[in-house]
Design a protein around this ligand. Structure first.
Ligand code: PHE
Length: 335
């Protein structure tokens, strides 16, 4: 048997025993690597004359090619075996009990925003938005709030700049200004969003949610305001003839202004909305102050309208029987 035949035989014997990719790689270097058996044969070439060289190199290349082919076939075989093994190992065991899963749910505040938006969209309101970071102008000045108004105080407002120009909006009312400044009347919008005040206890969080409403046109009156809010409250609580009242109040940006209360009673520690002799305040509202229209370049002799603002967290708590505001801020519920 020639030296080359011996090498080939040796290779085939070793190849047949190989089961892993790693061993296959080692075998490859044993024969074709820098000091491999086949490589070393090539180095012998210099000893031969031209004819012998020709002959020898043909044989040697044949062996080299056949080794390469065998190696790549073996690699395919090993990979196929690996896949088959994986498939049979990973069979699903249908007798295993299921793992408990934590299900995601829509946050009650987001759900209530959706509910309120769809109630108002039925009567022609569209949704507007404004940023959480506002200018002092949009949040206070354009809304007719006097320089010395207590709401502007550092204790109530998160200012982001020492000179008080930029702040976290304390209500959604600046969206009224943004809407009126960039469009032309009539306006009929609601604007839900996050609002911020330096306040934190069981019933107040420094970040909370409000929903603003604004309807401005040529002949909008307080009667429209009453009708609109009456419709909304009945739809939201799904209670017909819900007990509600408009209580005179004051906001710098509306005149006249009112707060809306709804009737409720408590029985066996549970709150029942809609009747009873107790009153719960749920929103502020009024006719848009002419100064606010003027500040937004709207002709206050031609146009008038109403605005309202409600606390969404409070409404969500009432509708879904949640009694601690702070549970809205938990990342994962316990139950
Ligand atoms: N912005 C007022 C508040 O935060 C609510 C309000 C909005 C009152 C619009 C009147 C009109 O309390």
């Amino acid at each position: 048997m020639s030296e080359l035949d011996k090498i080939n035989k040796n290779f085939v014997e070793k190849l047949n025993k190989i089961k892993t990719k790693e061993d296959l790689q080692n075998l490859k270097s044993e024969f074709l690597g820098k000091n491999g058996f086949v490589t070393n044969e090539f180095k012998k070439m210099s000893q031969f004359n031209l004819d012998q060289k020709k002959e020898f190199s043909i044989q040697l290349n044949e062996i080299k090619n056949s080794i390469n082919e065998n190696l790549s076939n073996k690699l395919k075989e090993i990979e196929k075996d690996e896949i088959n093994k994986k498939l049979s190992d990973e069979k699903i065991d249908i007798t295993l009990p299921i793992r408990s899963q934590q299900e995601g749910k829509i946050h009650p505040v987001s759900q209530v925003i959706d509910e309120i938006s769809s109630i108002f969209s039925e009567i022609g309101y569209s949704v507007a938005e404004g940023p959480d970071v506002e200018t002092e102008h949009n949040n206070f000045t354009a809304l007719n709030t006097p320089e010395d108004h207590p709401a502007r105080d550092m204790h109530d407002t998160f200012y982001l700049e020492k000179n008080k120009r930029i702040l976290l909006r304390t209500h959604t009312s600046p969206v009224q200004i943004r809407t009126m400044q960039k469009g032309k009347p009539p306006f009929k919008i609601i604007a839900p969003g996050r609002t911020y005040r330096c306040d934190s206890d069981q019933t107040h969080a420094p970040m909370f949610h409000q929903l603003e409403g604004l309807h401005v046109d040529k002949e909008i009156t307080m009667a429209h305001l009453k009708g609109c809010l009456n419709y909304f409250i009945q739809e939201f609580f799904e209670i017909k003839n819900i007990k509600m009242r408009f209580r005179p109040s004051h906001f710098p940006f509306t005149e006249p202004s009112a707060e809306v209360d709804i009737g409720y009673r408590i029985e066996n520690d549970k709150i029942f909305i809609g009747d009873g002799d107790k009153w719960l305040e749920i929103l502020g509202c009024g006719m848009v102050h002419p100064n606010v229209l003027k500040n937004s370049n709207i002709d206050a002799n031609k146009y008038q309208g109403f605005a309202f603002g409600m606390g969404i967290d409070r409404l969500a708590m009432l509708k879904y029987g949640i009694n601690d505001l702070r549970s809205f801020l938990k990342l994962i519920s316990d139950g």
